[in-house]
Design a protein around this ligand. Structure first.
Ligand code: FAD
Length: 514
């Protein structure tokens, strides 16, 4: 590899936000070779939420390439081939049309197109002020099916080839630098230095480095590198978790942490026939979002599936056997639980370290303005790593959810490529989760008084959060599309509420009438 490459746009990170940004760049029309995606992961961007859901199923689990971005938003699935060729194909078609229009000396000539071995593949007819664009498209699609597009110019007779505005860059798609960690960034020089020693320079950088799982060691507990202790952030973690689960079917697991990862992994462990004990310090699960009443519903459901909860305490140490495997966990309250495996989901930390001291930070992330631009004009930040102004609440937030990663990524590309046509990012926070056969969505903010409604005994139920007299957040379990759309719309409109009892009585009907 050469020691330095330069790109117009570089996306640093190859997660959810990177995939959605790449698709948006492509739709808005970049030139081949303009964009580079650099990722520490060895695969092209994928829908990370699948790792704690379909990926962990014992029967027909989801595996790549099925969940590459952007299938999570019912959009195109960007495989490695897409990055290599998609952009290219658009550009070639455009270039051919342009070249043909300009090649007046070729009028009324008939050109047989041959592949490298001299076999005829197609014919192209050139007539005055006209060319057969369908034929040229057809050549492209055949060629795409058969072999690399890089050979395409060889198919044309030299006389035509020389008139095509092709150069080496024409045959580059979106450059992927995978399995490569960036170890230094210099925003003044606009360069990134990779762990392989390459310097990559950019005109515009999008930081999409996401976040990493917090380790138990950061809380003073040693031993989480043991073979049967699992974290879950990326594909490598997920593969490891699957293999540890498979070797412990019928055994016991302790799940440390009662947030998203803990709850989703606990459900998957149960589905894989493993007995689960969940341990977390808060009074109830999903403490950052759920009310005690909502949490009680899910905890009871989990208990009905055999999950045991130990709340209000934390892990203090592990017991290991001679092979170094964890055999028991000791809690701060003195409880000892024997176990075959441990899953840890105790939160994440945004990957900001490359930019500390270079860009402004806020709320544990990289501070950006309403255009997702950092304190350096040429640098944008999106996804879990970005702290952006949430207009609806009048304050800066850093969100750790997939929808925010997708939307912020698409928005940043729009702001970069069509700055005059792009108003400030106006995002309504949206989170969801699916466990067992349950499924919920939440929109907005969970501050203020709460009005619960619906059937908490196993049907559809939800809650509104009312702050300063206005609805600012809404939660719904078991809704349909129309109902979820209605609570989203309600949260965006922030209607005034006079009477909490009336809101509780109306329940979902309130949102359906907004
Ligand atoms: P990421 O997707 O984390 O991508 C960051 C990328 O940057 C990674 O590829 C990483 O390797 C790369 N990177 C970082 N530093 C460097 C470096 N120095 N050099 C090169 N590459 C680097 N959200 C929901 O709303 N609902 C859910 O149900 C849900 N489920 C989830 C389940 C799991 C198991 C996980 C882990 C997360 C889940 N999330 C969910 C959260 C959601 O996946 C994240 O919000 C989203 O992935 C953030 O996207 P991102 O692109 O900002 O970061």
């Amino acid at each position: 590899r050469e020691m330095g490459r330069a790109f117009v746009y570089v996306i640093l990170g190859g997660g959810v936000a990177a995939g959605y940004a790449a698709l948006e760049f492509s739709r808005r029309g970049i030139s081949p070779g303009d964009l580079c995606v650099i990722s520490e992961e060895p695969v092209v961007p994928y829908e990370r939420p699948a790792l704690s859901k379909g990926f962990l199923l014992p029967e027909s689990p989801a595996r790549l390439p099925s969940f590459h971005t952007c299938v999570g938003a019912n959009d195109e699935r960007l495989t490695p081939k897409w990055y290599q060729e998609h952009e290219l194909q658009n550009k070639l078609t455009e270039n051919m049309a342009a070249a043909m229009r300009g090649a007046s000396h070729m009028l009324d000539k008939r050109c047989a197109l041959k592949d490298k071995k001299g076999h005829g593949m197609n014919e192209m007819y050139w007539t005055k002020n006209n060319f057969d664009s369908e034929a040229s498209m057809d050549i492209l699609s055949r060629q795409k099916r058969s072999r690399s597009l890089e050979n395409l110019p060889l198919l044309f007779p030299t006389s035509i080839r020389e008139n095509m505005p092709w150069n080496d860059d024409t045959f580059r798609g979106i450059e992927l630098v995978l399995g490569t960690r960036v170890k230094c960034a210099d925003v003044r020089r606009k360069t990134l230095l990779t762990a392989t020693g390459e310097t990559i320079s950019y005109n515009i950088l999008i930081i999409a480095t996401g976040a990493r799982a917090l380790k138990l060691e950061e809380f003073g507990v040693k031993g989480s590198e043991a073979d049967n202790v699992c974290y879950l952030r990326d594909l490598a973690d997920a593969n490891r978790l699957v293999s540890v689960m498979q070797s412990n079917v019928g055994g016991n697991a302790v799940v440390i942490g009662g947030g998203y990862i803990g709850m989703e992994c606990a459900a998957s462990l149960v589905i894989n026939k493993i007995n689960v004990t969940m341990v977390f310090p808060e009074a109830h699960c999903m403490a950052r979002l759920f009310t005690p009443k909502i949490a009680e519903y899910y905890e009871e459901y989990y208990k009905s599936k055999g999950v045991n909860f130990i709340k209000g305490t934390v892990l203090s140490s592990f017991e290991n056997n001679a092979e170094g495997k964890v055999t028991a966990v000791i809690l701060r309250d003195g409880t000892r639980i024997t176990t075959d495996m441990v899953v840890v989901g105790i939160g994440i930390r945004a990957n900001t370290s490359l930019f500390e001291g270079q860009l402004n930070m806020e709320k544990g992330g990289i501070k950006v303005n309403g255009r997702l631009q950092t304190s350096n004009n040429s640098v944008y930040a999106v996804g879990d790593v970005a702290a952006f102004p949430v207009k609806l609440f009048g304050e800066t937030r850093r969100l750790e959810h997939v929808d925010s990663a997708r939307q912020s990524a698409k928005y940043a590309v729009a702001a970069i490529m069509a700055p005059d046509k792009t108003a400030d990012f106006n995002y309504l926070p949206f989170f969801y989760s699916r466990v067992f056969s349950l499924s919920w969505q939440f929109y907005g903010d969970n501050v203020g008084e709460v009005a619960h409604y619906g059937d908490f005994s196993g049907g559809t139920f939800g809650a509104y959060w009312v702050n300063k007299g206005q609805i600012v957040g809404a939660f719904l379990e078991g809704g349909n599309k129309e109902e979820y759309d209605a609570i989203a719309k309600t949260t965006r409109y922030k209607p005034m509420v006079q009477d909490m009892a009336e809101l509780e009585r109306l329940g979902l009907d309130f949102a359906l009438q907004v």
